[in-house]
Design a protein around this ligand. Sequence first.
Ligand code: FES
Ligand code: FE
Length: 373
Amino acid sequence: MTASLQPTLAGRYYTDPAIFAAEQEQIFEKMWFCAARGSDVAAPGDFRTVTVGRESVLITRGRDGGARAFLNVCRHRGALLCAEESGSVKRTFRCTYHAWAYDTDGTLVAAPNLVKMPDVDRVERGLRRVHVREWLGYVWVCLADEAPSFEADVMGACVERLGDLASIDRYQLDSLRLGRRIRYDVKANWKLIIENFMECYHCSTIHPELVHVLPEFAGGYAAQYYVGHGAEFGPDVAGFTVDGSAGQAAIDTITPEQDRRYYAITIRPQVFVNLVPDHAIMHRMYPMAADRTIVECDWLFRPDVVESGADLDPSVELFDRVNRQDFDACERCQPGMSSRAYAEGGVLVPSEHHIATFHDWVRDRLGGTVLGK
Ligand code: FES
Ligand code: FE
């Protein structure tokens, strides 16, 4: 039986600022968003600022050790509270405009002449909080008034892909250590990056190193295509490294079935998890414009491996090359999205059919906001 080709989204979905604005509102500001590594805000007062949808979000750690997140806007006259991307405060976040100061729990604790303003409610005028969860060693935030179920949306994506939650728990992502972080500024729409990650039809043309390590990828079917399936290392491959040489000490809680295999998970809307026996690779996308996405990629290893000063380059280089190959391809597609040749979109071949589910999901999230195909 021959399978038919399915249409993709139309080109304007990747270029139209109105569609991007609708995505910011209906997707990134409504869903759980993986914002930072927990260790980015290791101690009370450490902070990071990230872009989530149309908002700047301030992530910090309270004195009780819990992660907190706020809209990064001073409640006095609206100045951006923290202009830095990361740093640490001793006790308070102090606005540089009129010196209102907020505790790490968001309460307004000081302001010039505050005693003469008895009607200022320090909690009411405190920073606007957003929902926070910590899972897999990451701080996830949700800007919606009522957050959707984290268990269903985030953990559920892992269960759907791996078959159960225990399979990801065995990699102990929350106790792994950050070995390397690389940030990519990609001149492409975030959906091109997701679609690319979901298929492996391109693997044999652009990923020679990856196909050497995972020979089944040459067939064009991504590991994500099958529930619970991990792609097996080639017979002459010792580890998930750029040249197939041995990697680092394996995470000792994985099962024998997880050894010598690669698993990939997409957690909508902006996270890719890659699992191999000795490390995990976490991609988080920060969509900045219809044609620009920042991707932050973390390589996580056992703490003793990172502390030993082991050479992580052969491990990091494999996926760094894969990332650059992928992002080059996405950047090559982005200009084509506004061509008349792509006004009606393109087609999905059978090995890419699961991308149609992603397109349906995008259309569904945008609902009546965006008209047309
Ligand atoms: Fe921040 Fe005035 S705007 S103190
Ligand atoms: Fe790829």
